[in-house]
Design a protein around this ligand. Structure first.
Ligand SMILES: NC(=O)c1ccc[n+]([C@@H]2O[C@H](COP(=O)([O-])OP(=O)(O)OC[C@H]3O[C@@H](n4cnc5c(N)ncnc54)[C@H](O)[C@@H]3O)[C@@H](O)[C@H]2O)c1
Length: 393
């Protein structure tokens, strides 16, 4: 069969736009025609375009008109507007995580530590619902770019659940490292929250996804989250934090540690940790305890490849592993970090879905449940861990 051609356009020219482009180069389900890039930072967009031999567009609308799939690779603040602009023109939109968020009330006084978290929940869900409504009216669809869903370890677990009819009893997992590289990440008003949304969304979405898979496989309907208990902390903002220079510490009004305990509608559970206070490279894993098997998904690090390096400087121009502090000594070095992380697989899946009008594993409802669970978790954290109900989509 002749492969269909799908035209793509990228909005944003920063960190995530780079790995989206690398993912596009590895799409095999369709022929990809990357038309160009649009970003608020014109210089950055120009350089991004030049390096890749694509066009830099002057307007979002012009880019959307030229493509079938829009990649939304901008900060959370722009997600809803860009998704709506694409959907109104009947185009598909790949929305980077988190799906959307609450960025405060635009006042000078707004501070992430003190504003009532019910506001975040109410406004966050209103934004989600506007996006879902726009999708309902459109011929385009929202593809939710949660790479953990497409990480090979999580997809292998999907197969095990589907073929054995297992019941997941408890999941626990984590995404953590020593601090985001992005300066805007320090502020709730740009990120829609702290580490609980920025990194916590990854293991949370994977856990929500696997319970959906379980319910779908056994009973034909997804198992959804119904309540959450959470704590958040700002460890690097403690007066007594002893800074030795290895952990980022310039956060303005966000959490750098969070834990969420999710109860699903079948009363099984997931406990998820996330933080910006972990040394030794990125720490991304999910353990699944079921009634017939137990799986440990080591997304990163994993022991596919172990390298001993005698001299730091020998590896100066060799990428080893995300957020590692040193390249000397033993390193658990994934031979293809993007692949283990699920980046190329998610882009391929979205282009496949666009070309052949098929459903995606990571859709708008999964993104919506993630937002709903996280902002309910912020309400719980504000109440020192009292249980808060979760509205599921
Ligand atoms: N899946 C992952 O592992 C992962 C990793 C990093 C970032 N992200 C997500 O990617 C998104 C972007 O983060 P980033 O690190 O790439 O940011 P970045 O700061 O590196 O780049 C943002 C880019 O978007 C442009 N931009 C901002 N607002 C815009 C708007 N309204 N319209 C057009 N262009 C706009 C900027 O000019 C810049 O080019 C965030 O949602 C973040 O959570 C995901």
């Amino acid at each position: 069969m002749q492969k269909k051609t799908v035209r793509g356009g990228i909005v944003g020219a920063g960190f995530s736009a780079r790995f989206h482009y690398e993912g596009l180069r590895r799409v095999y389900s369709a022929n990809v025609d990357v038309k160009g890039v649009y970003a608020l930072d014109r210089d950055q967009a120009g350089q991004y375009a030049q390096e890749r031999g694509i066009d830099a567009y002057d307007s979002l609308e012009a880019l959307i008109d030229d493509v079938d799939v829009v990649h939304c690779c901008v900060l959370v603040k722009g997600h809803e507007d860009i998704a709506l602009a694409a959907l109104e023109r009947d185009k598909h939109v790949i929305v980077e995580k988190p799906l959307t968020g609450y960025l405060g009330d635009d006042t000078e006084e707004f501070h992430g530590d003190t504003f009532p978290k019910e506001d975040a929940l109410r406004h966050g869900l209103a934004s989600v619902e506007r996006m879902l409504e726009a999708e309902r009216k459109s011929k385009g669809r929202i593809f939710y770019a949660e790479n953990w869903v497409y990480a090979p370890a999580i997809q292998k677990e999907r197969e095990i659940l589907e073929k054995t009819g297992a019941q997941i009893l408890w999941m626990h997992g984590e995404e953590a490292h020593s601090g985001s590289h992005n300066p805007t990440y320090a502020y709730w008003k740009y990120s829609g929250g702290g580490v609980m949304i920025g990194k916590g969304c990854h293991p949370l979405t994977a856990a929500l996804y696997l319970k959906r898979v379980e319910g779908r496989a056994r009973d034909g309907k997804p198992i959804l989250p119904k309540a959450v208990t959470a704590r958040t902390h700002a460890i690097t903002r403690l007066d007594n934090f002893r800074d030795e220079g290895h952990i980022r510490r310039d956060y303005y009004d966000i959490d750098d540690f969070a834990m969420m305990h999710v109860v699903f509608d079948d009363n099984t559970i997931a406990s998820l940790f996330t933080s910006d206070i972990i040394l030794g490279g990125v720490h991304n894993w999910l353990e699944i305890a079921t009634n017939n098997h137990r799986t440990i998904c080591n997304i990163n690090p994993n022991d596919a490849m172990k390298v001993y390096n005698a001299e730091e400087s020998n590896f100066a121009d060799i990428y080893t592993v995300e957020k590692t502090g040193t390249k000397q000594g033993w390193t658990l070095m994934p031979p293809d970090e993007d692949w283990f992380t699920g980046y190329p697989q998610e882009i391929n899946a979205f282009y496949h879905a666009a070309a052949y009008d098929e459903p995606v594993e990571s859709d708008s409802r999964l993104g919506a449940d993630t937002i709903s669970t996280i902002y309910s978790a912020y309400v719980s954290a504000e109440r020192n861990g009292a249980e808060v109900p979760v509205k599921a989509y």
